[in-house]
Each structure stands twice: as structure tokens, then as C-alpha cells.
Design a protein around this ligand. Structure first.
Ligand SMILES: C[S@@+](CC[C@H](N)C(=O)[O-])C[C@H]1O[C@@H](n2cnc3c(N)ncnc32)[C@H](O)[C@@H]1O
Length: 533
């Protein structure tokens, strides 16, 4: 959990977000805990208590302001869309744009959405105690309103009376007058205790660490277990250190991800991004970090010469480009699963610099179109340079058969559970189930096998996932390579170089690399490099 910050002003009925900083820029999301008022014995901020009729929260719901503010209404709308299957990282920017919510109001809305979705594994038990009934007996619409309210009380710096009043006003608008009374009662009950008191109430004391973290850090039990196994399996923890590492990892999953930018080589430079207000990344030679504001305001990003991209993803694409290969004539590069085009954007720029051609393949037509948009500046440049960049729709599983031995460098950025990118995809942890692993595992194996077939002798394959789950990473590589004698695992570690050109420190003994949010500040990307013999 992120530390509380104390700049709330309790007379602000809309909450204190107008004075908060704007680091999310409407693109990320975080989990700032705290309250507008006092601190408890541990130094944590305590929410302000509601005192009788002096506070507006004590008024009857029908007596209070009837309008809900646009930020909370937008957050609620996004939560409902996510409940219906949408992705918060796509739905939220659309809603912010539609409702013209900008700057700090956008940051506040983002925090509400991301926090309420991420943390409902903790908030739901709190709501259940406060409501005196299981959340399964609360209407899903009303539950979303309460999750937003709980996050304001327990996870943000919103003063208690503002959190209660505005949540009740929201309930009246979207859930109806009857529900508003219920929401008022539950919110008041929640506001009677601070976060630590609620943690002592709802976190199982007798359970093992996995059970405790599952509630305290709001992750499904199976995810915490899988992350524990992954830390051990990738050599990032020993049995002695795994509890501390696991706690740090799931805590990092609940913090806002930085807004990292990539300067696509030959199209933009890190210096240009720095001149636009970003800071050069220590992690990636082509990376920069935007300390605040909207990435869309950066000219190079607007023009598609730079983009928002996690530094871990940048390092993977750079690693694939850095492995020496021998080719007669221009190298042929393939991105087998390219949509929506983040890594293809960087690979295309690198390919053009290396005098190589790139094929970006994607199974979904819609996502192929996104790749095409992402690659537009590179496509233009390829035209000027007389090089070829092809963007196409196709099933990656048949590419090996259709184009055997055609490519010198192949990226398989496989569809996966995304358990390494939980900071950026708040709903992913709740949507994924262990059953997904079986389907994805079969697809990942077929895609990797196809990629190996499509690779020329001496060529290199990068198998990547944004998940550290062993079933999607080590086990896939092991199963596919053990069946064939024409591929060897390379040590990937020397190819992951930081901004100063030094190998990035990674735990474990190789030859594969696993990056970690709590250790590297990147998404939990996995990389295996294989050489076709
Ligand atoms: C992890 S994403 C790739 C992310 C991408 N490399 C980037 O950096 O933006 C995996 C992609 O694989 C695509 N995919 C799924 N099955 C596929 C298949 N059989 N063939 C090709 N692509 C597939 C998905 O549609 C998804 O766009």
C-alpha cells in the first residue's frame, strides 16, 4: 500500500484532490491511502469521524445536495462498464474525454477507478461487516458505489464528510433514493474505523501469509500462491526470503505505475522527450519517465514517434535486436503476436536502423489495425528508405508451416494472464482464473513451436510474457525445447542493458530473465532467448 499523504483540507466538500498532485495524468492509477484528518498511534492518517448533527454526513440523505460530482459519476460509469466486461485502461480515457474531465480532476477519477477495482478484495469484506450482510446480497450497482466510497475513506485523502456525502449523492443519482439510505448507513459505519482497525477486523489472523496478503493486498488467493511459486521458481527468492519478497511484490501491484515513454530510435530521441518535460530513464536507453501530466501533450507521442511503453517491454525488444545473428542479405524480423503494437513500434524503428525488414502479424483484425496505426511513422520511413514493413492479420500458429526458416529474429510476445502487469490492468486479477492457464498454455506452446519453425538456422527467437507465472514462462520454454534438437537457450541476461549500457541486475541464475515490479519498477516481464541451430 502506498504511504498516506497529508494535505487534505476538511472544509472541502468535494475532497482534496484539487490540491493533490497530478502524476497519474489520467493514464495510470494508484492507491494512496490516508484520510483528511488525524493520525493514529502508528502515524497512519485516520479518517475524520462523523460527530452527530454537526457534520453534513449526519443529515438524512434526502436533505443533502442532490447532484453527484462529474468525477465520481464518471468513475461509477467506468466501474459498471468494467463489470460488463470492458477494460478500465480503455474505458476510463474514453469517459474522461467524453465528459471533458481533465488535469487533477482526471487524476482523481483515475485514482477512484483504479483503487476501487484493485482493492475490492479488501473493501468487500469491510463493506460486508459494515452492511451486516455478505456482498453477494448487495445489488452489484450499489456495491460499486460502495467500493468507490470505501476507497475514498480507506485509500485516499478525501475528508470523511466529503466521501460520505458525495457517495450518498452518487447513490441517489445512480442507484435510487432507497439505496442512498443504505449507502449512507454503510458509509457511516465504515467511517467509524480507520484502515488499521478495519485490517484487524477483516484480515484473517490465523491464516498463512498467502491468506493474509490475499485480503490485505487484495489479490485472489490463487494469484498470491502463483506469485509465490514464481518468485521461487525464477530464483528471485529463497525459502527464507520469499515471504518478504511476496509481500513487496503484491504491495507493488497496488501502486500506481509510472508513465514510461519510449523514444523510437530514428524517429525520436530521449533528449527530445526530456525537453518535453520527461526525465531520462535509468533503466532503458530509449526510455523516459513523465513525472506528471498527459502523455498526449508530448509532441513526439502525439506524432507516434514516441509512445507510452513500460521500460521492461523496451528492454525485451532491445534484447532481441542485440543478439548477433548472421544473415545473407537484409535480415527479416517477425513479430508473431504484434497487437496492439507496442513492441512492434520499437522493433520497426530498430529494424529500419539495422537495415532489416519487419513483418508484424496479429490474429485479430481490430488489433492489426491498431498495429498499423502504431507503425504509421515507421511505415512512412520504411517507404523513404526502401525497406519493407508488413502489417498483416493471421494465426501465428501456422506461420512456421507457411514460412519455414524465413526469419532471423522472431518475437513471440505471447497472449498470457498478464499477472505481471496488474498495476496497469486493475481488473485483470479478478477476471483471470486458473482455468485460463490451460488454454493459454496450449496456445503459448503452439506459438513458440511455430516461431521456431519460422526461424532461419542461426536465427534467434524471443519468447516473452507479461506474466511471471511458471506455467506460462519456464514450463512453456522447457516443454517446447525438450521436444526438439534444433534450438538452444541463450543466456538472456547480457542482452538486457540499462541506460548506461550495463547489464540490468536481475535475480536468479539465468538463462531466462524475469523482471519484477517490486525490484525493477517495471511490469513483470519474462524473456527467454533461443537460438535455432
Ligand atoms: C501480449 S499481446 C502482444 C502485445 C504486443 N506485443 C505489444 O507489445 O503491444 C498478445 C497478442 O497476441 C494475439 N494473439 C492471440 N492469439 C494469437 C494467434 N494465434 N496468432 C497471432 N496472434 C495471436 C492477441 O490478439 C494479442 O494481441
Amino acid at each position: 500500500m502506498s504511504p498516506a499523504r497529508d494535505d487534505g483540507r476538511s472544509d472541502d466538500s468535494r475532497g482534496d484532490h484539487r490540491r493533490g498532485d497530478d502524476r497519474q495524468g489520467g493514464a495510470g492509477g494508484g492507491n494512496q491511502r490516508g484520510g483528511g484528518g488525524r493520525r493514529n498511534a502508528q502515524g497512519r492518517q485516520r479518517p475524520e469521524r462523523v460527530h452527530g448533527g454537526q457534520q453534513r454526513s449526519a443529515q438524512r440523505p434526502s436533505e443533502r445536495g442532490r447532484t453527484s460530482d462529474p468525477q465520481r459519476l464518471a468513475a461509477y460509469t467506468v466501474l459498471r462498464a468494467v463489470a460488463a466486461g470492458a477494460y478500465a485502461n480503455l474505458e476510463l480515457p474514453r469517459e474522461l474525454r467524453d465528459k471533458q474531465i481533465r488535469g487533477r480532476d482526471a487524476a482523481f477519477t483515475t485514482e477512484l477507478v483504479y483503487g476501487a477495482i484493485r482493492m475490492h478484495g479488501l473493501y468487500d469484506p469491510v463493506i460486508a461487516v459494515a452492511a451486516g450482510r455478505p456482498v453477494s446480497k448487495i445489488d452489484a450497482n450499489v456495491l460499486d458505489t460502495l467500493r468507490l466510497g470505501a476507497h475514498q475513506l480507506l485509500g485516499m485523502r478525501v475528508p470523511t464528510h466529503a466521501a460520505v456525502d458525495e457517495t450518498v449523492a452518487l447513490a441517489r443519482k445512480v442507484n435510487g433514493a432507497g439505496a442512498a439510505g443504505f449507502v449512507n448507513a454503510v458509509m457511516r459505519r465504515i467511517s467509524e474505523r480507520d484502515l488499521d482497525e478495519w485490517l484487524s477486523e477483516v484480515v484473517p489472523v490465523d491464516g498463512d501469509l498467502v491468506a493474509r496478503l490475499s485480503v490485505e493486498q487484495s489479490h485472489p488467493d490463487w494469484v498470491v500462491r502463483a506469485l509465490r511459486a514464481a518468485l521461487l521458481g525464477h530464483g528471485a527468492a529463497t525459502p527464507e526470503t520469499v515471504d518478504a519478497q511476496l509481500t513487496a511484490l503484491v504491495t507493488a501491484d497496488n501502486a500506481a505505475a509510472k508513465v514510461s515513454l519510449v523514444a523510437r530510435p530514428g524517429l525520436a530521441s530521449v533528449e527530445e522527450l526530456v525537453e518535453s518535460g520527461a526525465e531520462a530513464s535509468p533503466l532503458s536507453p530509449v526510455g523516459a519517465v513523465l513525472p506528471g501530466g498527459d502523455p498526449g501533450a508530448v509532441t513526439a507521442v502525439r506524432e507516434g514517434r514516441a509512445a507510452v511503453q513500460d521500460e521492461g517491454s523496451q528492454l525485451l525488444a532491445l534484447a532481441l535486436a542485440a543478439v548477433p545473428v548472421v544473415a545473407d542479405g537484409p535480415e527479416q524480423w517477425l513479430d508473431l503476436c504484434a497487437g496492439p503494437g507496442g513492441k512492434a513500434g520499437l522493433l520497426a524503428a530498430l529494424a529500419l536502423q539495422a537495415g532489416a525488414d519487419l513483418t508484424a502479424n496479429e490474429v485479430s483484425e481490430h488489433r492489426t489495425e491498431l498495429v498499423r496505426q502504431t507503425l504509421r511513422p515507421a511505415l512512412l520511413q520504411a517507404g523513404h528508405l526502401g525497406r519493407s514493413i508488413e502489417v498483416r492479420t493471421g494465426d501465428g500458429r501456422t506461420v512456421g508451416e507457411d514460412e519455414p526458416g524465413r526469419y532471423q529474429r522472431v518475437l513471440v510476445d505471447a497472449p498470457c494472464t498478464g499477472l505481471g502487469a496488474l498495476r496497469r490492468r486493475p481488473e485483470a486479477r479478478w477476471r483471470r482464473t486458473p482455468a485460463d492457464l490451460a488454454d493459454l498454455g496450449a496456445l503459448q506452446r503452439e506459438l513458440l513451436a511455430s516461431a521456431i519453425e519460422a526461424t532461419a538456422p542461426g536465427g534467434v527467437i524471443a519468447y516473452a510474457t507479461c506474466s511471471p507465472h511458471l506455467a506460462e514462462t519456464q514450463f512453456v520454454v522447457r516443454d517446447v525445447t525438450k521436444k526438439r534438437g534444433d534450438v538452444e537457450l541463450l543466456d538472456a541476461r547480457p542482452f538486457l542493458l540499462d541506460a548506461s549500457g550495463e547489464p540490468l541486475p536481475v535475480p536468479g541464475t539465468g538463462p531466462t530473465v524475469q523482471l519484477w515490479p517490486h525490484l525493477h519498477g517495471t511490469d513483470g516481464m519474462f524473456l527467454a532467448l533461443l537460438r535455432k541451430s
